[in-house]
Design a protein around this ligand. Structure first.
Ligand code: OGA
Ligand code: NI
Length: 366
């Protein structure tokens, strides 16, 4: 892979490929740099100024939706469904409270994720890998070698639970119990949200469940160390999520922002809340009714920040079945905008963008 050095850094002599390779060989991630006591971040983390603009809009707030009592049906459920519909159409992002995941389970998950990343380097190193076929692995910056974009100030542990088969034995022991408990609750909540989202589209409650389009969960524990030069880099650069739905748990540090009407809006930590956001595949099958919105995480001088993200994608049975806009939503005045695609097509398109993680949807328009 040819790597351009010119657009990467403010230091013309800096050798991008060498810097990246040295970093990679440490297998210690961004946390390793911080532990080594660096005062200046390596040049490959430095962003061009246009990425770092922070025209944040403080008057807007991500909707907070209270799920309490939705199981009882009736008008109260309809009210919640309407709120989800409106938030999905206008924001693509909302926080949910009274979602049924106990506080102790959420706290345990954040703590387990923190403990994983704060283990001695040698313990984590064994899991350091860029092999995407490996179900459990740890890495820093997924697209590091491919990307022409600046690297992000974070490390990630990722686990894939195909068809929601959670096998605790494959998990690192330091957070095994915590993930197991959390996933049990998240899989239940996902089922409930699948119903509410189906209803929000005017479809039968079991539409998303029966199509098994959210049956596989990719689970990521992100760790954003304190950054010595937070004005030069980002925790996680601007991107949309690919799969149908993401459920995110964040600690109290803050730094997540969502793009709304061309302004960055802080997704403030709300105690006991989970954040839901819709991905490109959801926008595609809803023919642009629901939005997949760009978001990012700032690098901060406070922290470390810990978050866990669960991404829901099709079952192994359906992963090679093309999906297009849902027929029931189409009409003469709402003709299909997108082709039928596989989720792997979206992922491949994103990889080809060399890690610039903006929406790939325009590539799949009819
Ligand atoms: C992601 C993501 C945000 C966060 O993993 O796609 O947007 O707060 N994470 O870590
Ligand atoms: Ni995301």
């Amino acid at each position: 892979m040819e790597v351009s050095t010119t657009e990467k850094s403010i230091d013309g002599d800096y050798n991008w490929a060498k810097g990246v390779t040295e970093f990679e060989e440490t297998k210690a991630g961004v946390k390793g740099l911080v532990d080594a006591g660096i005062a200046n971040i390596p040049s490959f983390f430095i962003n061009p100024p246009e990425n770092l603009q922070n025209s944040s809009n403080t008057t807007h707030q991500i909707p907070i939706i209270d799920l309490k009592g939705f199981e009882n049906g009736g008008q109260h459920r309809q009210k919640i469904v309407n709120e989800i519909c409106k938030a999905s159409e206008t924001w693509g992002f909302f926080q949910i409270i009274n979602h049924g995941v106990p506080d102790t389970v959420m706290d345990g998950m954040i703590e387990g994720a923190r403990l994983f990343h704060e283990q001695p380097g040698e313990t984590k190193m064994e899991l350091y890998s860029r092999d995407r076929t490996q179900n459990v692995r740890y890495y820093s910056n997924e697209y590091l070698h491919l990307s022409k974009a600046a690297a992000n100030w974070n490390d990630t542990l990722s686990c894939v639970f195909r068809d929601d088969m959670v096998n605790p034995d494959v998990l690192p022991s330091v957070l095994r119990r915590e993930v197991e408990e959390y996933m049990k609750c998240i899989i239940k909540l996902k089922g409930q949200l699948c119903e509410l989202l189906s209803e929000a589209l005017g479809l039968s409650s079991d539409y998303f469940r029966s199509t098994e389009c959210m049956k596989t969960t990719s689970f990521m524990c992100h760790y954003y160390p304190i950054c010595p030069q937070p004005d030069l880099t980002q925790g996680l650069s601007q991107h949309t999520d690919l799969p149908f739905l993401t459920l995110l748990l964040q600690d109290g540090i803050g730094g997540l922002q969502s793009l709304h009407q061309d302004h960055w809006v802080d997704v403030h930590p709300v105690p006991k809340a989970l954040i839901a956001n819709l991905g490109d595949f959801m926008q595609l099958i809803t023919n642009d009714k629901f939005k997949s919105v760009e978001h990012r995480v700032l690098a901060r001088s406070v922290g470390p920040r810990v978050s866990t993200a669960c991404f829901f994608s099709p079952s192994t049975r359906n992963v090679s079945k093309p999906c297009g806009p849902i027929k029931e939503l189409l009409s003469e005045i709402n003709p299909p905008i997108y082709k039928e695609v596989l989720i792997t097509d979206l992922a491949a398109a994103r990889s080809e963008l060399n890690g610039t993680r903006s929406s790939v949807l325009p590539l799949f328009k009819l």
